[in-house]
Design a protein around this ligand. Structure first.
Ligand code: PHE
Length: 431
């Protein structure tokens, strides 16, 4: 059967933005900025995106387009024994997807609660079995999309949801900036503390966040690249990266003005999205509507990211084992739900914990932080060192001095930074 292709460059860009823009932008980015030097954090963050995230994005797209297949078979075609590395990446994505769907379910539930005007307290919500229903619902939405194919499913979903997301975001920014706490909120969010830039922890946080947010190193862009035609890779990857940074920065402009308007603690860290912000919505005017819109936006972001993750193992089954798409999707969906179940149960009465850490938190650390970096290392080493230079040059438009700089970055810079981030993340631990 002929390989599916994106219907247009725009469709590919929207799907890639859908993958990149997720919970990481709207929930994680604002609180990480708050914790790591405010506006000054943008400096290491932009360096991370520009010099390390973007080159790796381009490399993934290049491997995918050049080999014309998904991660396991692409790696196998580079060297037989690298198929195992491809398998590791597929496993990491599936494991991340499991707990990501759990959080996507929480977001869906919150959108619904606010729309009904009845927000539930977070601890009461995740302590109940209600999240399981939303976990299943979100999983089904992801499954149905991927089952419908690259064009009819993934691309179509993003064509609808990404514009909706941007409109909602801009609307919320405008509203948040007119709230009484706006000036104070922005002061907290963006006032730069440059002294923090000498702290290596801030740099490690910036690199970790950049890789997570760009969805890079997971074989997603590699798989997406295998559906590409002759598009220029740098330009399109840059558009995706810019959109990703923009959404993250704008999300902070929504979150902090609202938190300050409600007089709440802006340094709530991971609790910001599900405890502080919902509390803020119950305080401010039109809070229920704003809350519903906010969580709807977050749901659109999370769903399109989850879809891109499910496509990786699905395409791998199709390409490596010749499964038809529908059967591959069903299998992978079932596996992801099973893998996510312990995370979905981690806060319920069953209290699934490992050594005192809730399973979901552990999964986020082991797979979403450490696993993600290891996967990124595999991509950069296999692609940078074992795919021939001429083959990469062919994909990125010639072999001039720019490409020499690029290759040096991919071969030395990116793996070095990933290694440092890996070691740094180990020492920071899961807490
Ligand atoms: N980039 C997504 C986000 O910001 C998350 C993600 C990570 C998606 C890794 C795919 C792979 O939420």
């Amino acid at each position: 059967m002929e390989r599916e292709q994106w219907s247009s460059t725009l469709g590919f860009i929207l799907a890639s933005i859908g993958s990149a823009v997720g919970i990481g932008n709207i929930w994680r980015f604002p609180y990480i900025v708050g914790e790591n030097g405010g506006g000054a954090f943008l400096i290491p963050y932009l360096i991370a995106v520009l010099f390390f995230g973007l080159p790796l994005m381009v490399l993934e797209l290049a491997i995918g387009r050049s080999t014309g297949t998904s991660v396991i078979s692409a790696f196998r075609s580079i060297r037989q024994r690298f198929a195992a590395a491809g398998l590791v990446i597929v496993a990491v994505v599936s494991l991340i997807l499991g707990y990501y769907i759990v959080i996507t379910g929480w977001v869906l539930a919150y959108a619904l609660f606010f729309a009904l005007g009845q927000p539930i307290e977070f601890d009461a919500f995740i302590g109940s079995y209600l999240p399981l229903a939303f976990f299943l619902l979100s999983g089904l939405a992801v499954y149905v999309t991927v089952r419908s194919g690259v064009r009819e499913g993934i691309e179509r979903l993003s064509r609808y949801l990404i514009p909706v997301l941007f409109v909602l975001l801009l609307l919320l920014v405008v509203i948040a900036l007119t709230e009484p706490g706006a000036a104070e909120g922005i002061g907290f969010y963006l006032s730069p503390d440059f002294s923090r830039l000498t702290d290596p922890g801030v740099w490690i946080a910036a690199f970790g966040q950049a890789f997570f947010s760009l969805s890079v190193g997971m074989g997603i862009l590699l798989t997406f690249g295998s559906y590409l035609g002759k598009e220029g890779l740098f330009r399109n990857a840059a558009i995706v990266a810019v959109a990703d940074v923009l959404v993250a920065v704008l999300a902070g402009l929504v979150v902090f003005p609202l938190v300050f308007t409600a007089g709440l603690d802006p340094a709530a860290g991971v609790n910001l999205a599900f405890i502080t912000l919902p509390a803020a919505f119950t305080e401010i005017q039109y809070g229920m509507v704003l809350g519903a819109l906010f969580f709807l936006m977050l749901f659109a972001a999370a769903l399109t990211s989850a879809v891109s993750m499910l496509e990786v193992p699905t395409a791998a089954l199709m390409d490596s084992y010749g499964y038809p798409r529908k059967r591959a999707t069903l299998l992978v969906f079932a596996a992801a739900m099973l893998l996510g179940l312990p995370s979905a149960l981690s806060y319920t009465a069953l209290n699934l914990e490992v050594l005192g850490t809730p399973f979901l938190d552990l999964a986020d650390y082991a797979f979403g932080t450490i696993g993600l970096i290891v996967a990124g290392l595999l991509v950069s080493v296999v692609g940078g060192w074992f795919m021939s230079r001429s083959r990469i040059c062919k994909e990125i438009g010639g072999c001039g001095w720019q490409q020499t700089v690029y290759m040096a970055l991919i071969r030395y810079g990116v793996p070095a930074v990933l290694l440092i981030t890996l070691v740094g993340s180990f020492f920071r631990g899961s807490g």
